[in-house]
Ligand binder design. Structure first.
Ligand code: C2E
Ligand code: MG
Ligand code: MG
Ligand code: MG
Length: 280
């Protein structure tokens, strides 16, 4: 009986695999048309200055409204876009959209755009970014490019060169999701980032574990000593915000202040007050 059950499990597993692979395939085909059909959208989440609790920037986060499956998380479709190379066109579109939208916002508001490691394999990346900024009329100092340490993984001189060129244009280069990978500290030596974003995992555990709070304080001190700002990601509660503030983080981002929302819904004059917005 055990053997039969085992076989059953294996068969079920195969079916699951099959369904998953089919789903991936369907999404891949649909993603090819998503841009042209206007199914992609860019939402923005405010980033607040810890000292004033006023918005100082936003992060652009792509959204896909699938005609059948409804809203799909970027974690579902960005990997497909990366595997197929579609991220080049999609990423360009997101960047153009974010830079254009930012032109309507107050001049002190920066716009952060996530760039995939795959986009750094495109030799046209730097000229494209430069052209998008020029067309939009956005000063490069208002753009932040967020990369994860996976971009730096291969210690590739070409990629470091591209980052240096982008920084040379006046763009801020930000290290995203800091602390989730392996040898994170070594990445701080590889490039002079403007800012590092401390991963939500640390922030969410800060209230339960004092060692997490200690790590965040230490990382913040180190970053500031290296002339880098810090943003605490995923701040959901007032208690977390107070710890982030005590740790010395420059900026905070999270559902406490706002969820990602369409450009026309952002209120840059609203101070984060720790109350959850049910409309955001
Ligand atoms: P990320 O760049 O680290 O973005 C932050 C993610 O945390 C976003 O998820 C955001 O909605 C979520 N978040 C913000 N505050 C909170 C909070 O208080 N609690 C919780 N639980 N989550 C919070 P999202 O939009 O689903 O994006 C997930 C990831 O997908 C991003 O992580 C980024 O790596 C990638 N991504 C999103 N948009 C783009 C894009 O335009 N281009 C590229 N290449 N990647 C993108
Ligand atoms: Mg990010
Ligand atoms: Mg992040
Ligand atoms: Mg992330």
């Amino acid at each position: 009986r055990a053997k039969a059950a085992g076989r059953h499990c294996v068969r079920f597993f195969e079916m699951e695999m099959d369904a998953q692979a089919r789903m991936q395939h369907v999404l891949e085909i649909d993603l090819r048309n998503a841009l042209a059909r206007g199914e992609l959208d860019v939402h923005y989440q405010v980033i607040v200055d810890v000292g004033t609790r006023m918005p100082c920037g936003v992060e652009a986060l792509v959204r896909w409204q699938h005609p059948v499956f409804g809203p799909l998380s970027p974690d579902r479709f960005i990997p497909i876009a990366e595997d197929t190379g579609m991220i080049i066109a999609i990423g360009e579109w997101i960047l153009r959209r974010a830079c254009t939208d930012a032109m309507a916002w107050p001049a002190h508001i920066k716009v952060a755009v996530n760039l995939s490691p795959v986009q750094f394999r495109d030799p046209g990346l730097v000229p494209t970014v430069r052209a998008i900024l020029a067309t939009a009329g956005l000063p490069p100092s208002r753009l932040e490019i967020e990369i994860t340490e996976s971009v730096l993984l291969q210690k590739n001189a070409v990629i470091t060169g591209m980052l240096t060129e982008l920084a040379g244009l006046g763009i801020n280069i930000v290290l995203d999701d800091f602390g989730v990978g392996y040898s994170s500290l070594s990445y701080l030596r590889q490039f002079p980032f403007s800012k590092i974003k401390i991963d939500r995992g640390f922030v969410s555990e800060m209230t339960q574990r004092t060692d997490c709070a200690t790590i965040v304080s230490a990382v913040t001190g180190l970053a500031h000593a290296l002339d880098m700002q810090t943003t605490a990601e995923g701040v959901e509660t007032w208690e977390q915000f107070r710890l982030v503030q005590a740790a010395g983080c420059s900026q905070a981002q999270g559902y406490l202040f706002s969820k990602p929302q369409p450009a026309d819904r952002i209120d840059f004059s609203r101070r984060g007050n720790g109350e959850r917005s049910h409309h955001g």
